[in-house]
Design a protein around this ligand. Structure first.
Ligand code: MF3
Ligand code: CO
Length: 250
């Protein structure tokens, strides 16, 4: 069952998602050579609480932090640490979730520290574009496979691979709701979208081959071939005419 949100539910989701967007925007400025990933996490938790929200990831299935910070070949779920220092040329994926009045918002972006390679820039651009192309599919009557295919096609056009082990998801009163939104699939397949559904769409692309490994910490997902990965995510609502990006900064 895919939950349909009321205008009132959507107002809470907009609040939670905007707190996430605002905090991610500020974090992006803090990503510089020399910063530890634990410092980024502390800032994220403080800012979320200051803005009246509660961290969504902290304690979720035992996850120990507010923010996920995944660097270079790390794809998602990197655990912040005092020992992990961002270096010149790193690409840093920041994933953040918040709760306001019982509703969740979830978003992610990848940013470079100092000057990054042309390859890394291409990867970040293609991943962000794949998110835009998936979102462009969102309207009542469209199917989840339309979004999935848009991501896969964009990755293929750019000679990159999509991560198949993690998916986007419905979101609302819980962080993960139905439907699951794979980053590969067939147009016209899967659940039909209706106005009032809310989705977290989150393409993850790698420069190299598909395939992941989970590190010994039980969380950090890295590309099996060691190639760089990027991750972008927005929380969106299906509207009568198309979609609204709830996690956009206005
Ligand atoms: N955006 C990720 C997701 O939807 C973040 C979850 S991280 C966790 O799965 F730490 F909360 F697990
Ligand atoms: Co998510």
């Amino acid at each position: 069952m895919i939950d349909i949100k009321t205008p009132r539910d959507l107002a809470s989701m907009r609040r939670a998602s905007r707190v996430v967007a605002k905090t991610l925007g500020l974090l992006k400025i803090l990503v510089k050579p020399g910063v530890s990933t634990a410092e980024l996490d502390r800032f994220a938790e403080g800012k979320l609480r200051e803005l009246g929200a509660v961290p969504a990831f902290l304690g979720y299935r035992g996850y120990p932090a507010t923010l996920c910070v995944s660097i270079n070949e790390e794809i998602v779920h990197g655990i912040p640490s005092e020992k992990r220092i961002v270096r010149e040329g790193d690409i840093v994926s920041l994933d953040l979730g918040a709760v306001c009045d019982g509703f969740y918002g979830d978003a992610a972006l990848t940013t470079g520290a100092g000057s990054v390679s042309a390859q890394a820039l291409r990867l970040m651009e293609a991943t962000e574009l794949s998110l835009a192309r998936a979102l462009a599919q969102v309207k009542p009557g469209a199917r989840i496979g339309d979004l999935s295919h848009a991501v896969e096609e964009c990755a293929a056009e750019n000679g990159m691979s999509v991560v198949r082990e993690f998916t986007g998801h419905g979101i609302g009163r819980r962080l993960h709701e139905e439907p699951s939104i794979p980053n590969f699939g067939k147009p016209g397949a899967g659940p039909v979208l209706k106005a009032g559904m809310t989705l977290a769409v989150e393409p993850m692309l790698c420069l190299g081959k598909a395939g992941i490994v989970i590190k010994n910490d039980g969380w950090t997902a890295v590309s099996a071939d060691g190639s760089m990965a990027a991750h972008y995510e927005h929380t969106v609502a299906v509207t009568e005419n198309g979609f609204e990006i709830l996690s956009a900064v206005i």
